[in-house]
Design a protein around this ligand. Structure first.
Ligand SMILES: [Mg+2]
Length: 344
């Protein structure tokens, strides 16, 4: 499985999960069955199938990481500025004439699809949260974890560095330890899938060892351990024993559980991750990131990918992220590249 295919798989997989869960995000299992039948949602809806804040923010994470690499330093600051560009998309009807960089010029990103309050308030505060002084110290919503897969995709970082970078950028909106440690753990799991060529269970076991070195890791550790050991029957009722996914450690646990329940069948795994009473788009987005990172782009349901809103842009961001991480030094002298991704 090539690195490039895994990076594409990670971003496109997350986006199809997000679009799949989007129509049922605020529906209980009972209402989902009433509307779609006993098996619940069985297909991606809409053409195009609409992505939400989870994919939007993941794209800006990726853009921020590319631009930080172009700059050669200041990952937290440059990713923070990328998140401010995402914030701008939530307050405008379309790209400004002087859009900062290539990504912010895409009209489809200027859509408000139930963004999380902590993401909005953390970025609107005008102050960048840091590990020593995080934004929203009590927030552990899933808004940081759901955008953090790209931190696991840099082959020049160790798994500890991937974890740390995700934490540093998570605290810009989510200051509760479970909010930022779930983001770090997600990045580390992704890193092991893509760059250590481990299976998902092994990637999680290794990440649990890392996680235990952090203060206040207990909630995230317990949630991941529960997901690893839970009976794999994967009914919505079983999924709901892991929680609703509105908070970070539960979102990660539900995603991991769905992926473990159908480790080689992305379609079925994403349906498990979306069909429950909780935060369906975020849990399915994280599951899609994980399965795409693990198995690569070709494992994703082709009929779903083809209907995805912004598919070409998402694939292009994935390819650009891989190019930057693999060949950054060669690209930095290319004016077209540094106009697309300024180092700021
Ligand atoms: Mg969403």
């Amino acid at each position: 499985m090539s690195y490039r295919s895994r990076v594409r798989g990670c971003l496109l997989g997350g986006a199809i999960g997000d679009a799949l869960g989007n129509p049922v995000e605020f529906l209980s299992t009972h209402r989902i069955r009433e509307r779609f039948g006993a098996d619940g949602l069985v297909d991606l809806l809409g053409d195009p199938a609409l992505i939400t804040d989870d994919t939007q923010m993941t794209l800006f994470t990726a853009e921020g990481l590319i631009r930080a690499d172009v700059r050669g330093k200041d990952v937290a600051l440059v990713v923070y500025r990328a998140y401010l560009r995402w914030l701008d998309t939530q307050h405008r009807s379309g790209p400004p004439d002087d859009a900062d960089g290539w990504l912010a010029g895409h009209a489809f990103l200027y859509a408000r699809r139930a963004p999380g309050n902590a993401c909005l308030s953390g970025l609107q505060s005008g102050r960048m949260g840091t590990p020593a002084d995080p934004a929203n110290p009590d927030s552990k919503g899933c808004g940081a974890v759901m955008r953090s897969a790209p931190f696991g995709l840099n082959p020049r970082w160790t798994v500890e560095e991937a974890f740390g970078a995700a934490v540093e950028c998570a605290v810009q909106t989510h200051g509760h330890p479970s909010g930022y440690l779930a983001a770090g753990a997600f990045a580390a799991i992704t890193h092991r899938l893509v760059l250590a060529d481990l299976g998902l269970a092994a990637a999680i076991e290794g990440t649990l060892e890392l996680l235990r070195r952090w203060p206040k890791h207990e909630e995230v550790t317990a949630a991941l351990e529960q997901a690893l050991t839970l009976d794999r029957a994967a009914t919505p009722e079983r999924v709901e024993t892991l929680g609703g996914g509105w908070v970070a450690e539960e979102a990660l646990a539900i995603a991991v559980y769905a992926a473990l329940a159908h480790p080689t069948d992305v379609r079925r795994a994403l349906l498990v991750a979306a069909n429950h009473s909780g935060d369906s788009d975020s849990t399915a987005a994280i599951a899609g990131n994980l399965l795409g990172a693990w198995h690569g782009e070709t494992a994703l349901p082709a009929d779903w990918v083809s209907r995805l809103e912004g598919r070409a842009t998402i694939a292009a961001v994935a390819d650009d992220l891989a190019s930057e991480f693999l060949h950054g030094a060669d690209l930095h002298t290319d004016d077209e590249w540094t106009t697309r991704y300024p180092g700021s």
